[in-house]
Design a protein around this ligand. Structure first.
Ligand code: C2E
Ligand code: CA
Ligand code: CA
Length: 896
């Protein structure tokens, strides 16, 4: 239903009420007008009656004077009076006619008008009668009868008009008036009859009987009036006639009957006229009273109508207003209901409960979410939805809020009919009546399972590593912050272990990311298994993991002990080979541990410490754990600093190759080893043991390596011009990264070709750490280089796997016994036995042997006794620059 319909409805209602009201008002208005007209008509009728009275009064006089004139047989005095009287009669008749015209305005019965016309017709005969009276051609009796008939005609109109009165009371009053007028007429007839007799002084034939009957009629008329009149009228009548004239008239009548005519016609006439005039005055007085009463009655009646009219109008008006108000209220209610029904049919569950919590109504969404139909829950309480996940305090708080504040909202876990627990956002409002008493509760809720899941997902993305599902860096930082605060409060220690998987990069690069990813997942799982549920394993990215373990207790020693146990446990957990896609991988972990002991530490500091410790674990051969110490940190910082300046060193020509000569069994120089030196502008000469591991780690070694090869080849080229030196070999150290670099072979070939050097003079030293990589690839490269004539030397033999079976698999030409064996051999027979065994075996394999780090003559002597090998060491010469090389060379024979 829209606004247009509402307006049409309102207008229709207004019209109905308006018409009805108008109808009532109309009827009342008509009644009002009718009353008014009726009273006006009555007034006109009364005036008409008065005119009749006036005319009849004069006609009566004319009749009497005519009778007297006839009786006197043409007396001149009566004649002149009669003339005057006739003029008066005519005047009153004219006035009467005037009234008749007025009456025509009213719708009076046709019979009434006919009667009036008949009377007027009768009057028209008057002229003829008057003529005959003047000429004395008419008897008194006839004359009197004519006038009487004429008057009777007019007087007969009076009861007719009385009948038309608006009320019975008025009608009765008018009848009374009529009766009085009739009595006047009887008196007048008597006056005329006796006047004739007095004038004639005898009884004309028939007059005697006439007098008797006229008098009797007059008397009975008076009596009948007195009998019928109301008290008021009677009193009024008596006050006029109690002791005066008509008593005399009866006496005079008696005299006349006895034949005494002495009184004379004039005297009689005058006497009787006084009486009749009195009657007329009384009649007029009656009319006046009647008119007054009529006016009063009219006013009263009209007032009633007016009050009713105004009342009806007001009533109708207020009814219309009331109807409009009611209709508006109704539409407002319909609107409210419609809005309520929309709310009720919304996607949110709605539950209405009474004051006792009994469910009274639920909506379709409630049924959908909870799984209960309305009929199943009516009369029960919402407790049937309880999941048990919210404790009693939760519900207590809810009710407190509802009773005190009138509402509650929040998240709550409820149970569906099928037993499934789901989270919902619920708001409950208390409904109060006009006295502020709670009457109902309305609960509106929405299922927020999807929302929660989304939140959870977002939370996961923000705080968890998508690959391993372990906490990410951000969450780790949060937990670390938390742990720092907790340590300080509880005076307890915690630990952070930084774990870097050894060799992971190689697996990842060679076996692909799928294998790498699975390996990382598996590593994460193993770490999780190694610790307690409340501890944190986070992945920082790549193959870096961090473990946070809290509550190691208040004792520092105890904390270190536990941390060290945990360190071994972690290390052990990663030691077992990883089986990924049915292939085994040996990926151990280097672990750095930092103890959170001091609450001034920041999260970044702690992680940096663990990181540093992890590097130290890596440096000490990997697959182990190390605690952080500040000396170590200093070293790491230095390393960092070093790394930064190293990048410029090549461009700035800060590198230089030093050469350490190698000697043969006959103490002749057989070759040299090129050893790099870094001339740092501030620090002076930096040892390769310090910077080689750094550039090896960051890959810069391949660039430096190219420079070394070029530089070594330049030296060989210089030597090639000298007859002795041109047979010397030059060994260069090749780090694994450099060896595996794609450009390695081509760089070597380019350089030897440039100087047309025999590649066999360039000896490539590699360590056992190279050989644990992809064996086949290394073999391929080695055999390829070998085919070009390059020779290979296995450096630092004895420090690594020291497996002789390796030697068989690769085309080595030379083996360098690590100086750690040589250093102790003069004191330690075990060491010299070992060296002897190595030399014997190498000879079997056809390898040349170099003993490194020969410092003492004793060492040289022992070695010489074992067999024909080469020597390199301070005893012979230290590594020297190219410039210094000349002097070493020239002294070679004399020194040894
Ligand atoms: P390395 O290959 O085992 O080199 C021999 C090291 O022993 C040299 O140290 C040398 O000075 C030292 N040495 C020689 N005779 C004696 C001795 O009688 N007593 C003692 N105590 N030491 C002796 P240096 O030059 O400091 O080189 C250290 C390591 O740095 C080398 O060990 C090698 O692994 C690496 N390195 C040096 N130059 C290069 C290079 O050009 N390329 C690569 N990749 N590594 C290099
Ligand atoms: Ca070497
Ligand atoms: Ca060596």
């Amino acid at each position: 239903m829209n606004k247009f319909h509402i307006r049409i409805g309102l207008i229709a209602l207004g019209v109905v009420i308006g018409i009805w009201n108008f109808y009532i008002l109309g009827i009342e208005w008509i009644a009002y007008q009718e009353t008014k007209r009726s009273y006006s008509q009555t007034r006109a009728l009364i005036q008409f009656s008065q005119s009749i009275g006036d005319f009849v009064h004069e006609s009566q006089k004319e009749r009497g004077l005519s009778a007297a004139y006839l009786g006197s047989n043409g007396d001149i005095e009566f004649k002149s009076r009669l003339k005057k009287q006739r003029l008066l009669s005519d005047k009153k008749f004219l006035a009467l006619l005037q009234r008749v015209r007025t009456l025509s305005r009213y719708s009076l019965p046709a019979t009434f008008h006919q009667s009036i016309q008949m009377s007027i017709e009768k009057q028209k005969q008057l002229g003829d009668i008057r003529e005959r009276v003047f000429n004395l051609e008419i008897s008194a009796s006839e004359e009197i009868d004519f006038y009487t008939e004429l008057n009777a005609n007019f007087l007969g109109l009076l009861p007719l008009s009385a009948k038309l009165a608006p009320t019975r009371e008025i009608a009765l009053r008018l009848y009374d008036n009529t009766l009085l007028v009739e009595c006047t007429e009887k008196a007048a007839i008597e006056r005329g009859t006796l006047a004739n007799i007095f004038a004639a002084k005898r009884f004309e034939p028939g007059m005697y009987e006439k007098v008797i009957s006229v008098h009797a009629i007059h008397q009975s008329c008076k009596q009948s009036f007195i009998d019928k009149a109301s008290n008021n009228e009677r009193n009024l009548y008596n006050s006029y006639f109690s002791h005066t004239l008509f008593q005399d008239s009866h006496r005079i009548y008696e005299q006349v009957l006895s034949g005494d005519f002495s009184m004379g016609a004039t005297k009689w006439f005058n006497h009787m006229t006084v009486n009749i005039d009195q009657l007329k005055t009384l009649h007029e007085r009656f009319d006046q009273l009647l008119e007054e009463d009529l006016s009063r009655l009219e006013k009263k009646t009209l007032l009633k109508h007016e009050i009713f009219l105004v009342g009806s109008f007001g009533y109708g008006f207020f009814m219309l207003l009331g109807a409009i108000y009611l209709v508006q209220q109704m539409f407002a209610m319909i609107n409210t209901l419609r809005i309520s029904s929309v709310v009720f049919d919304s996607n949110e569950g709605v539950l209405v409960a009474d004051i006792n919590g009994k469910i009274m109504r639920v909506n379709p969404a409630f049924e959908k979410i909870s799984g209960y139909s309305e009929s199943e829950v009516l009369g029960l309480t919402p407790a049937l939805l309880k999941s048990g996940l919210n404790d009693s305090q939760f519900y207590k708080d809810m009710w407190d809020s509802l009773i005190n504040k009138g509402f509650w909202n929040g998240e709550i876990y409820n149970r569906r009919k099928n037993g499934e627990i789901y989270p919902e956002y619920l708001s409950i409002s208390a409904v109060r009546d006009e006295y502020r008493n709670i009457t109902h509760y309305v609960g509106i809720f929405s299922d927020i399972t999807a929302k929660k899941e989304n939140e959870e997902r977002i939370n996961r993305l923000a705080f968890y590593d998508p690959l391993t599902q372990l906490p990410n860096r951000r969450l780790l930082f949060e937990r670390l912050e938390h742990a720092l605060v907790k340590n300080e409060r509880n005076k307890t220690y915690s630990m952070v272990a930084f774990i870097d998987l050894d060799n992971f990069k190689i697996v990842n690069d060679t076996k692909g990311h799928l294998v790498g990813d699975d390996l990382l997942k598996e590593a994460g799982n193993r770490l999780l298994e190694a610790i307690r549920a409340e501890d944190t394993v986070a992945r920082l990215g790549g193959d870096e993991f961090v473990i946070l373990i809290e509550d190691l207790g208040p004792s520092r020693e105890q904390a270190f002990k536990i941390a060290s146990d945990i360190g071994s446990k972690i290390s052990l957990s990663l030691q077992k080979p990883f089986e990924i896609h049915e292939e085994l991988f040996f990926v151990t972990g280097s672990i750095g541990i930092a103890i959170l002991d001091n609450y001034t530490q920041t999260v970044n500091e702690i992680l940096a410490q663990a990181d540093t410790a992890m590097y130290s674990a890596k440096e000490s051969g990997k697959h182990t754990f190390r605690f952080f110490d500040s000396a170590l940190q200093q070293k790491m910082l230095k390393k960092l600093e070093c790394e930064k300046t190293l990048f410029n060193a090549l461009e700035e020509n800060q590198f230089q190759l030093f050469y350490q000569f190698q000697y043969n069994h006959q103490n002749e120089i057989s070759g040299a080893e090129a050893l790099i030196r870094w001339f740092h502008p501030e620090r002076g000469i930096v040892s390769p043991t310090e910077f080689i591991p750094i550039v090896e780690e960051n890959g810069f070694i391949t660039e430096i390596g190219k420079w070394i090869i070029a530089e070594a080849c330049r030296t060989l080229h210089e030597w090639s011009h000298d007859p002795i030196r041109k047979k010397w070999t030059l060994s260069i150290n090749i780090s694994p990264k450099q060896f595996l670099d794609e450009s390695f072979t081509s760089v070597l070939l380019d350089n030897v070709n440039r100087y047309a050097l025999p590649p066999s003079l360039l000896r490539l030293e590699v360590t056992e750490s190279l050989l644990i990589n992809d064996i086949e690839k290394i073999q391929d490269i080695m055999y390829h280089l070998k085919s070009h004539g390059f020779t290979f030397s296995l450096d630092d033999f004895g420090t690594g796997y020291s497996s002789l079976s390796y030697l068989n698999s690769f085309p080595f030409d030379e083996l360098k016994i690590d100086q750690s064996f040589i250093r102790n051999m003069e004191n330690d027979p075990h060491a010299s036995a070992l060296v002897r065994a190595i030399i014997t075996m190498a000879e079997v394999l056809g390898l040349e042997i170099v003993a490194e780090g020969v410092e003492l003559a004793e060492q040289h002597t022992i070695l010489q006794s074992i067999g024909g090998i080469h020597y390199q060491g301070y005893l012979f010469s230290k590594p020297v620059s190219k410039n210094e090389m000349q002097s070493v060379h020239s002294h070679e024979s004399s020194d040894v």
